[in-house]
Design a protein around this ligand. Structure first.
Ligand code: ATP
Ligand code: MG
Length: 398
């Protein structure tokens, strides 16, 4: 059966006033980005408590709905019929729908947001139920109906829908600023990106490569991960900054106490992330660190590493068990890419016994004679390539 409209219910919309209109405007912008290829085949009617996506070409309705299920800021969706505010017209459509889907039982729900409509919600149901019962075989079951028919009487039209399709919830990406995700190619950091987008934070990605130790496959893997995260981004494209970290990696071989190597390397990651984030107008650094998962993720390590951060470091999977992170990564389809066996820079660089409880003072002593400041300047100047990713198209930004 063809429907005219997709009814969109907003996600977490406790916020009021100007924030509410920002929320709605950002959501509409993100929907337009997402539906770019369907331009001309739909129309958005923006209202205070709902969006209505009018489908102008019914054969695209299912595809459009599927895309909308991956947009943050939408709690649920329904296909709906858009009808005149005439109960007999509405009754006739309900009968047609019941005849088409042939449920054995049904339940009727009505809402009236137009309080000037002459019948209230109970009276609407009392008027419509007998029409449906008289003209079809269906029976009422208010507890466990096979089909629920919802009627929503609004200012200009009435909407009739039969299903609520759950969407992602969260906030529209863009209402919570922007963060720079340190994306490793592992399982955790793509999930971290996904979770921050859920709270409305736009993201860019930062990856540290150490060629020739890490090959082109590792870079491909990271690009694929960004492609897989793009559906949630709210934008048409995503940016990935790839840092050639090799110069600094060599320098880190001069650290006197090799057990501190990972700690210092991660401090260098953060130092570079500070600058890349700032240069790209990000207000936070995002990582896939999870408390206690590995030696560099004890609270002592996190403190020593965090000491060099110049902005908030957000760690959305900090409290997740590995299997919880894996289950999200399966759900967003990054898992199979994340487990591809390519070396990342850390795996080549791990000392036998990395320190699990580093001390800030000791870390600072280890760094003292390294030329890291000069090297970071050179890296920022010359060794970052930014890719712009849009579906299968990937190009280098000048
Ligand atoms: P992941 O599964 O995300 O790789 P992990 O459990 O392997 O995480 P670490 O290797 O200790 O943990 O890395 C912790 C976090 O540091 C990662 O989640 C990521 O945010 C960041 N990170 C690690 N390596 C890189 C890299 N090569 N480039 C960018 N960020 C990195
Ligand atoms: Mg890793």
């Amino acid at each position: 059966m063809n429907f005219d409209v997709i009814l969109v219910r907003y996600g977490e919309l406790t916020i009021k006033g100007k924030n509410r209109s920002d929320f709605i405007n950002v959501l509409v912008k993100n929907i337009k980005n997402k539906l770019e290829k369907y331009q001309g085949f739909y129309q958005i009617d923006k209202q205070f408590d709902r969006l209505f996506i009018e489908i102008l070409e019914p054969s695209y309705a299912e595809e459009i709905l599927a895309l909308m299920q991956k947009i943050y800021g939408i709690s649920s969706l329904s296909f709906a019929k858009k009808l005149a505010k005439d109960l007999d017209v509405i009754g006739a459509m309900a009968v047609e729908i019941v005849k088409y889907y042939q449920p054995k039982t049904f339940k009727l729900e009505a809402r009236r947001s137009d309080k000037s409509f002459p019948k209230n919600s109970t009276e609407i149901k009392q008027y419509l139920a007998p029409i449906i019962l008289k003209n079809t075989e269906v029976k009422v079951d208010v507890h466990n109906p096979e089909m629920q028919i919802d009627i929503e009487v609004r200012r200009d039209f009435t909407y009739l829908f039969i299903k609520r399709i759950k969407a992602l919830g969260g906030l529209p990406v863009g209402v919570s600023g922007k963060g720079m995700v340190m994306l490793s190619g592992g399982i955790d950091s793509p999930v971290a990106a996904y979770l921050m987008m859920k709270r409305g934070m736009a993201v860019e990605y930062l990856h540290f490569a150490t060629p020739p130790h890490t090959g082109p496959e590792a870079l491909e893997k990271v690009k694929t991960l960004v492609q897989k995260l793009l559906p949630y981004a709210g934008t048409k494209t995503q940016r990935l900054h790839v840092v050639n970290f090799s110069m600094l990696q060599h320098e880190l071989m001069h650290i006197p106490d090799s057990t501190y190597r990972i700690t210092i390397m991660r401090r260098m990651f953060y130092r570079i992330a500070n600058i890349v984030a700032r240069n790209n107008k990000s207000q936070a650094i995002i990582t896939g660190e999870s408390l206690g998962q590995v030696a560099s993720q004890t609270i002592e390590s996190i403190n020593v590493i965090n000491a060099v951060a110049e902005m908030a470091v957000l760690r959305p999977v900090l409290c997740y068990d590995k299997n919880e992170i894996i289950s999200i990564s399966e759900q967003i389809d990054t898992y199979t890419t994340s487990i591809l066996p390519f070396e990342d820079c850390c795996s080549l660089f791990v000392p036998k016994n990395p320190v699990t409880k580093p001390r800030l003072h000791s870390a600072e002593i280890q760094e003292k004679n390294l030329l890291w400041e000069d090297i970071i300047n050179v890296i920022i100047e010359k060794h970052i390539v930014t890719y712009v990713i849009k579906g299968d198209e990937i190009h280098e930004e000048n």
